[in-house]
Design a binder for this molecule. Structure first.
Ligand code: EPZ
Length: 424
């Protein structure tokens, strides 16, 4: 396994090119299952999760080839079984369910299982498939869904924490080939859902309202191949913005969509960070002291849960009390204990973390646990004095393209090393 070794306390200066969005790419790749014609997707990031989805599509019988940032997917005669050993390793692959059911009228997809940030149920996905007229059962850890023909319907898809992003994606994809119109109420409004709808419409689907809580899909007989370029990764962009603010430097992000991160821009300005938008670029600068702020994660366009951990690191630098409340996932504070190893003073009160900011962080060895917590630990290492070693960084490679290279380019002293093979 590999680790990242970081010598912290160095302000970051320069430009970062934001890569394509992981969370837009995964459902768009799955959508290629809906047609027997080839699809070409570009601006695709080189991430292990994306390559893994390619493997899953290959096991389903699709032909998948990658050339640089472009992926060509041709599902001429797909099979309908999403293998347990593959699907359980990446929750995002649950979004093959809708396309397989719509294309083949039957699908067997492994239950994805939980992960460290929460139980990650899929009851809303199954509710959506049943509402479209499928018979759905759980047999031997597999979702078994079948139908003679999917029929359009109106359904409320909201759950205990609000909308479901991949649940919305699954229902929207299945509904493209259903008979009649489907209306999804309480749909997820994330930019990644808009991106998926735009791709599906290029394939010949008839979707309106993506990005709003009500999405209308008029079913069609079939879909054709399409070419599409995915949106920039807003979560990656914010991660670098927070690293720049934390180290007290000046960094310009390029190729991003600032309108996708307005909640975070607003919150970081409140904390005393200069955030200057300039068309498709954003310059982050922090010279003075940070101010504590309160943050609550919400469905889009609220503050994203995927940058909660990174923002917590920034708040450890702001003298005073910051309260960070996680409203989307039930256990997304794995990073708190690791940050304490660097000297942070954070206590957990139910869904909230109370950050007593202003204490200096000093380097230590820490353990990555999930994708975004790992990114937070890297930011902590960048702002801490001395050396920090982040272990198990395969978590990071799932969702950040060449993180160490991009950080080195803006002055970070960070290097990737083999984790010494001592047993923990
Ligand atoms: C997507 O996950 C993202 N992943 C997550 O990003 C992101 O954190 C999440 O949306 C929330 O924004 C991808 O797009 C691949 P949800 P998803 O269904 O769709 C509950 C990252 O770091 N729920 O929107 O799986 C669920 O438990 C990842 O890139 C149900 O109750 O999340 C949670 O509390 C992490 N029943 C809430 O809804 C369901 O059937 C939101 O989950 C489905 C979800």
């Amino acid at each position: 396994m590999e680790s990242l070794v970081i010598n912290g306390g160095i302000p970051l200066f320069g430009e970062v090119e934001v890569s394509g969005s992981k969370n837009a790419t995964l459902p768009i790749m799955a959508a290629a299952l809906l047609t027997d014609e080839p699809c070409v997707i570009s601006n695709v990031p080189d991430l292990s999760d994306v390559n893994f989805m390619g493997r899953i599509l290959t096991t389903l019988g699709a032909h998948v080839e990658r050339e640089g940032d472009m992926i060509r997917i041709h599902a001429r005669n797909p099979r309908g079984i999403g293998d347990y050993n593959l699907v359980r390793k990446m929750r995002g692959s649950v979004c093959i369910l809708g396309p397989l059911l719509a294309r083949l009228k039957s699908a067997r997809v492994s239950m994805p299982g939980g992960c460290v940030i929460g139980t990650r149920p899929i009851n809303l996905h199954l509710k959506g498939m049943k509402a479209l007229g499928a018979d759905v059962s759980i047999e031997g850890g597999y979702i078994c869904a079948s139908t003679r023909r999917l029929r359009g319907t109106e359904l409320f898809l909201g759950g205990r924490s609000g909308p479901t992003v991949l649940g919305t994606a699954n229902v929207m994809m299945a509904a493209t080939l259903a008979e009649g119109e489907t209306v999804i109420d309480s749909a997820a409004c994330e930019p990644e859902i808009i991106d998926l709808a735009n791709f599906l419409n290029k394939m010949g689907a008839r979707i309106e309202g993506a990005g709003s809580p009500t999405i209308r899909i008029k079913g069609v007989e079939s879909l054709h191949g399409a070419e599409y370029s995915v949106i920039p990764d807003r979560i990656e962009a914010i991660t670098y913005a927070i690293a720049a603010a934390g180290t007290g430097g000046e960094v310009t992000l390029k190729n991003l969509r600032p309108e996708h991160i307005t909640a975070v821009i607003d919150k970081m300005r409140e904390a005393g960070v200069s955030m200057e938008r300039n068309n498709g670029a954003l310059t982050i600068r922090r010279t003075g002291e940070l101010s504590p702020v309160d943050v609550t994660t919400l469905p889009y366009a609220g503050f994203p849960t995927d940058v909660q951990a990174q923002m917590m690191v920034l708040m450890t630098l702001a003298p005073g009390i910051s309260i960070i409340t996680e409203r989307i996932f039930e256990s997304r504070f794995m990073h708190v204990n690791e940050l304490a190893r660097l000297g942070a003073d954070i206590s957990q009160e139910g869904p909230s973390a109370i950050v007593k900011g202003g204490l200096p962080l000093s380097g230590a060895e820490v353990m990555a646990s999930d994708l975004r917590a790992s990114a937070a630990l890297v930011i902590a290492g960048l702002v801490a004095s001395g050396s920090t070693k982040v272990n198990r960084i395969y978590h990071i490679d799932r969702g950040y393209e060449r993180l160490d290279k991009k950080l080195q380019k803006i002055g970070a002293r960070i290097k990737r090393v083999q984790e010494n093979n001592r047993s923990d």
